[in-house]
Design a protein around this ligand. Structure first.
Ligand code: 13P
Length: 244
């Protein structure tokens, strides 16, 4: 049996202990299901052309545990299977798995620690996001879709070496409360409540980057009016926190 205790505050203001008891079998089944979803997402990012087969990494939080499931380092998204995935504790130690975990595991952990609403993180090297990342350009709110789905601007995070704590800290800072951030000279990181939503954020971020880069080649994109951004931001909070 897995026993988990947490402090709760009742409506009357009393503090008590809530104990959830879940069978080990049930907890393992949840982890296996999440691993299957990570594998599906690996295939999706690769077959959609969002990123190369060894570029980028994918993770998902394991609910009610300070752990995440993450893809192995330098291993093709086209061939990653459930048995290749790693479980990493929030202190950075390896809980299970035989391959080395993604070299960006610190960046994924930093996002989960800073953003309790985030259940999945996808880092890609999608082409148009990289075009902006190498120019160290952020994307201002200029097209409706990016505000309700990504939270507004896609900021450019300061540069940090791949795999470093500096990159992790810069990514978290640039992400803020939004769902996408460009990583200087590197790529893009996207988040979601679950893997489906993180994948959607990665697709929308790349589409947004493509439209922005293309628009810059023929003119100067007009930004959304401030009142439209404010209104759409309230929709973002709702969409970000809904499961689908
Ligand atoms: P990993 O293969 O170690 O996940 O690294 C790929 C990558 O994109 C580094 O930023």
């Amino acid at each position: 049996m897995v026993r988990r205790s947490s402090l709760v505050v009742t409506k009357a203001g009393n503090v008590g202990v809530e104990r959830n008891i879940m069978s080990k079998k049930k907890a393992d089944a949840i982890v296996t299901e999440l691993k299957k979803k990570v594998v599906e997402t690996c295939r999706a990012v690769y077959t959609s052309g969002l990123t190369g087969k060894r570029a980028g990494n994918i993770s998902t939080r394991i609910p009610n545990r300070d752990q995440m499931i993450i893809t192995p380092s330098h291993y093709g998204h086209n061939k990653t299977e459930v048995g290749d995935l790693l479980v990493v504790n929030f202190d950075g130690s390896l809980a299970s798995g035989t391959r080395p975990p993604s070299s960006e595991n610190r960046m994924h952990l930093a996002v989960y620690k800073a953003r309790p609403d985030v259940g999945a993180v996808i880092h890609t090297h999608s082409a148009y996001a990289c075009v902006l990342a190498v120019n160290r350009m952020s994307i201002p709110p200029f097209i409706d879709e990016m505000v309700p789905f990504l939270g507004g601007e896609i900021a450019i995070a300061d540069y940090g070496m791949p795999g470093s704590d500096e990159l992790a800290a810069n990514a978290v800072k640039g992400l803020g409360d939004r769902s996408a951030v460009l990583l200087a000279n590197h790529g893009v990181l996207c988040t979601g409540k679950n893997l489906e939503k993180a994948l959607e954020a990665a697709e929308i971020a790349e589409h947004t980057a493509k439209v922005y880069v293309t628009a810059l080649t023929i003119g100067k994109p007009i930004l959304l009016p401030d009142d439209a951004v404010d209104l759409q931001k309230s929709a973002y909070g709702f969409l970000r926190d809904s499961a689908d």
